[in-house]
Design a protein around this ligand. Structure first.
Ligand SMILES: Cc1cc2nc3c(=O)[nH]c(=O)nc-3n(C[C@H](O)[C@H](O)[C@H](O)COP(=O)(O)OP(=O)(O)OC[C@H]3O[C@@H](n4cnc5c(N)ncnc54)[C@H](O)[C@@H]3O)c2cc1C
Length: 462
């Protein structure tokens, strides 16, 4: 019998695997690669990127994992808050000045300023809400963040706006993968807080690309990681759990003292057949929105005006943000190296529209828009690859806060981990992976003590 079987080789499962690397573990991943929604590939000094790109710094679980695995990260240089709209590209200056610098009808400008003031006030409140208070646990802090303005949608909060004003709001909020009428008001405000307070949220870039982290952990875990191993069912016994899976098409079974279940909620709900009924029901209520993303490698030799920008919001386009992944390289070099790596991504309804097309068509649509946003860039593209993410990210809808206590209640030998358990994406995934591993360690220690004293094993199901 294994100590722990980890299901899912995304960053949550890998973080758990890393913490449990001195135990007898097995990590089962259904795809032919680890990383899940983290995917990057090296191209010379650059990396192409299709998934998670900015990471938590400071005193975070992510920093702990990076330091522990010896993977370097660096603060993203340059602005995350560029804007391209109605033919104008803004790369510098305060975001509050944007409505006055983008050509738009006066009514839109007035609407934008009014709604912007409302959002700014709420961002200030949100900043206080997310702070950890003395003596409280991370779970209490997380619950407070979920409950913040969780009774209505972001659209209800900002009200009806003229077209250009709403278009300006959309790219920031819809990065969540939800449209503005699907996302809770508090989560929408949280997105503005993330973008405006660069440094306080997700603003670290992993050197060499994010897959450096996931591949490094997989290499350390070596043959304990099984790729193309799809888990179909997990059944709990009195003091163990049985995992049924197919590896390269062959049906197999593994028994372990406990299981860290680090798959998206949709999968966890399906495979963990005997979780408490209310937990399974809560899992079934988690909602994901889609993403489509693309990575472009270019070969220009001159400096580009957008070299110093990292993120450029692109309202009214087929993608809602352009990310200059090579800014991390250009931002710290003395002489401009040839080439760039650009990522675009389309969340929510933009993604749903694109998912109707084949990759060639999406590539053409993206290149047309890219050339409008960064003039002249399309002709320098030497490589372009599309990635579809039907379950791009779980988002916080009105009422989501009510599920949190149930989802995080620990019972039995199946321990849940994944980004759907919190509001900070990769940081939540890593933090919940590490804490599930901690819980597994504690169960293993208890089992050993019980066995040593000749007592009956602990029945966690009762
Ligand atoms: C385009 C895009 C941009 C993003 N940008 C950012 C960002 O900048 N910053 C940030 O923090 N986050 C970002 N995210 C979100 C971030 O990538 C995710 O929050 C995080 O990677 C989720 O990790 P996870 O381990 O919880 O889930 P996943 O990465 O989904 O891992 C789950 C794993 O389980 C495997 N699996 C599924 N079913 C089974 C089964 N039956 N058996 C075995 N294995 C199975 C999957 O193949 C997958 O590898 C972005 C995501 C996308 C798609």
């Amino acid at each position: 019998m294994k100590d722990v079987v980890i299901v899912g080789g995304g960053i949550a499962g890998l973080a758990a695997g890393w913490r449990l690397r001195h135990r007898d573990t097995l990590l089962l991943e259904s795809e032919g690669r680890v990383g899940g929604r983290i995917r990057s590939e090296r191209r010379g000094p650059y990396w192409l990127n299709w998934g998670g790109h900015v990471y938590a710094g400071g005193n975070s679980a992510t920093s702990w994992l990076l330091n522990n695995t010896g993977v370097d990260s660096i603060a993203v240089p340059g602005s995350l808050a560029g804007l391209s709209m109605n033919g104008k590209l803004l790369l510098k200056g305060r975001v509050e000045s944007y409505p006055f610098r983008i050509p738009m009808p006066m009514s839109a400008r007035v609407g934008m300023v009014r709604a912007g003031a409302k959002v700014a006030l709420s961002v200030a409140r949100y900043a206080r809400i997310v702070q950890r208070r003395r003596g409280e646990t991370e779970a209490q802090r997380q619950q407070r963040v979920y409950d913040f303005m969780n009774d209505r949608s972001f659209k209800d909060f900002i009200g009806d706006l003229p077209e250009d004003a709403e278009a300006l709001f959309k790219p920031t909020v819809t990065r969540s993968a939800a449209d503005i009428d699907q996302l809770s008001a508090g989560a929408g405000v949280g997105y503005f807080s993330l973008v405006w307070n660069i440094g306080a949220g997700l603003s670290e870039s992993i050197l060499g690309g994010p897959s450096t982290l996931t591949e490094s952990i997989a290499a350390a875990l070596s043959d304990r990681v099984r790729l193309n191993a799809t888990v179909d069912e997990i059944v709990q016994k009195k003091d163990s759990a049985v995992v049924r899976y197919r590896e390269d098409g062959v049906e197999k079974e593994a028994e372990a003292r406990c299981v860290v279940l680090a798959t998206p909620a949709t999968v966890s709900h399906r495979v963990a057949v005997d979780l408490d009924r209310d937990v399974r029901e809560a899992l079934s209520k988690i909602v994901y929105g889609p993403y489509v993303s693309a990575a472009f490698l270019t070969n220009e030799t001159e400096r580009q005006v957008w070299d110093d920008a990292y993120g450029i919001a692109t309202p009214k386009r087929s993608f809602n943000v352009v990310l200059n992944m090579s800014n991390v390289v250009h931002g710290y070099e003395r002489e401009r190296r040839p080439g760039s790596s650009i990522m675009t991504f389309s969340p929510g309804s933009l993604a749903r529209e694109l998912l109707e097309h084949d990759d060639d068509k999406i590539r053409r649509i993206y290149l047309d828009d890219l050339d409008q946003v960064l003039p002249g860039s399309a002709e320098n593209v030497v490589e372009a690859e599309i990635q579809r993410w039907p379950t791009g990210a779980p988002y916080c809808f009105p009422g989501r806060g009510g599920l949190q206590q149930t989802l995080t209640r620990r019972t039995g030998r199946v321990l849940l981990a994944g980004d759907y358990l919190g509001t900070l994406y990769t940081e939540t995934a890593i933090q919940t992976g590490l804490s599930a591993a901690q819980e597994a360690q504690s169960l293993l220690a208890t089992d050993r003590q019980t066995a040593r004293h000749g007592l009956a094993p602990v029945d966690l199901a009762s």
